[in-house]
Design a protein. Structure first.
Length: 364
C-alpha cells in the first residue's frame, strides 16, 4: 500500500519526501527536479508500540511502515503529455492514496511555475489534469460497454449508467471521489478502473515558519474549498521539518519544537494521516524476542491478520488469543493480564481492532 506525493513543480514535494523518509531525494529551485519517482518506506510513529516495548523489554522493536512515493511535479497540459505528463500520471495511478502538496507561503527567492502564489489555482490545475486523464479512461470503457448494453445485457446497462454519471461529474470539474455513488456501484463498476480522482486524498498546505501553528489566509482558502470534498487538510511547514530532520538528538528536536509551540514534528502527523488514508490499522505481537506492529486493512478478520505474519498461520488458523492494548498497559504484563482474566479467545469471525495484542494458534 503506497501513498503518492503530488503537486505542481517547486511546491516542496521532494523536501517533504526527504523529511519523511531520509532518502535524500534531489530537491532544488527549478521545475522537474524529480523525474523518476523516489520511493521511501517510512516508519509509522506509534506511542503504543513504545509503551509495549517499555513493558516487555524485547530484543527488537519493529514498527509498522507505509510506502511514500515522490512523484514529479505536474503542469498544465500533463494529461496531453506536457512536461512528461503521461509518465507522471501513470506513476500516480499506481498509488493507493494521494498526498497533494499546495504552496501556501510567499517567498520571492523560490520560483513559482505559474508566476505567483495561489493554492486554489494550483489545486484546480492539478485536479483538471487528473480529471482529464480519468475522463479519457472512462470514455474508453464506455465505448466497450456500450455495445453490450445495446444487446440488453442488464449488468452492462447498470455499468453504463454509472459511467455516464462519472462522466457528467468529471465534465463539471468534479473529482470521482465526490460523485454520489453507492458503495456497491463503486466496488462493482469503478474500482477496477483505478481512476486517479477516486483515490482518497490529503491536502498538505506547505506554510512558512510563522504559520506552522495557526495557518494563514491561504490555508483558510484551501479549507473552505476542500470542505465540499471528502478530504482532509494538514498544515505543515516543510522548511521547518527539514531543519528538524538535520538535528541529531531527540532532545534538540524537542527543544526546537517547543520553541515553535509544536508538540511533535508535522511529519509524524502526516505519516499517521497517510496510514489512515490508506484505511490501514495496527495490531501488535509482544514477546521477549520482539515487540512488533503489524499492518492490516481495516476490517481484517483474525485469520487474515495471522496471514500477514505467514500464510501458514492463515491456512491453519485455529484461534486467536487477544489482549486489548488498554488492558496490557493497565496490568503491565501478559501474565498479570491473564491472572485478571482479561485474555479473550476469538475464532475465525473475529474482526481485529486497532491496537489489539495478538497470539495466534494454528496447525499446518
Amino acid at each position: 500500500m503506497k501513498a503518492g506525493i503530488v503537486g505542481l513543480p517547486n511546491v516542496g514535494k521532494s523536501t517533504l519526501f526527504n523529511c519523511l523518509s531520509n532518502a535524500k531525494a534531489q530537491s532544488a529551485n527549478f521545475p522537474f527536479c524529480t523525474i523518476e519517482p523516489n520511493v521511501g518506506v517510512v516508519n509509522v510513529p506509534d506511542p503504543r508500540l513504545d509503551r509495549l516495548a517499555d513493558l516487555v523489554k524485547p530484543e527488537k522493536v519493529i514498527p509498522a511502515t507505509v510506502e511514500i512515493v515522490d512523484i514529479a511535479g505536474l503542469v498544465k497540459g500533463a494529461s496531453k503529455g506536457e512536461g512528461l505528463g503521461n509518465q507522471f500520471l501513470g506513476n500516480i495511478r499506481e498509488t493507493d492514496a494521494i498526498l497533494h502538496v499546495l504552496r501556501c507561503f510567499d517567498d520571492d527567492n523560490i520560483v513559482h511555475v505559474d508566476g505567483a502564489v495561489d493554492p486554489l489555482r494550483d489545486k484546480e490545475t492539478i485536479d483538471m489534469e487528473l480529471q482529464l486523464k480519468d475522463l479519457e479512461t472512462v470514455e474508453k470503457r464506455l465505448e466497450k460497454i456500450n455495445r453490450a448494453a445495446k444487446t440488453g445485457n442488464k449488468e452492462a446497462q447498470k455499468e453504463l449508467e454509472v459511467l455516464e454519471k462519472i462522466i457528467s461529474g468529471l465534465e463539471s470539474a468534479q473529482n470521482v471521489r465526490s460523485v454520489e455513488l453507492s458503495d456497491d456501484d463503486r466496488l462493482s463498476h469503478v474500482k477496477s478502473l483505478q481512476l486517479i480522482t477516486d483515490k482518497p486524498v490529503l491536502y498538505i498546505c506547505n506554510v512558512s515558519e510563522d504559520a506552522a501553528v495557526a495557518g494563514n489566509h491561504y490555508v483558510d482558502q484551501v479549507k473552505a474549498v476542500v470542505a465540499k470534498e471528502n478530504a482532509e487538510v494538514l498544515v505543515l511547514a516543510v522548511s521547518i521539518e527539514a531543519d528538524i530532520n538535520e538535528l541529531e538528538s531527540y532532545e534538540e528536536r524537542q527543544l526546537f519544537l517547543e520553541d515553535l509551540g509544536l508538540s511533535e514534528p508535522g511529519s509524524a502527523k502526516l505519516i499517521r494521516a497517510a496510514y489512515n488514508l490508506l484505511t490501514l490499522h495496527t495490531y501488535f505481537t509482544a514477546g521477549e524476542k520482539e515487540v512488533r506492529a503489524w499492518t492490516i486493512p481495516q476490517g481484517a478478520s483474525a485469520p487474515q491478520a495471522a496471514g500477514v505474519i505467514h500464510t501458514d498461520f492463515e491456512k491453519g488458523f485455529i484461534r486467536a488469543e487477544v489482549i486489548s492494548y488498554s488492558d496490557y498497559e493497565t496490568f503491565g504484563s501478559e501474565l498479570k493480564v491473564k491472572e485478571a482474566g482479561k485474555i479473550r479467545v476469538e475464532g475465525k469471525e473475529y474482526i481485529i481492532k486497532d491496537g489489539d495484542v495478538m497470539h495466534f494458534r494454528f496447525n499446518v
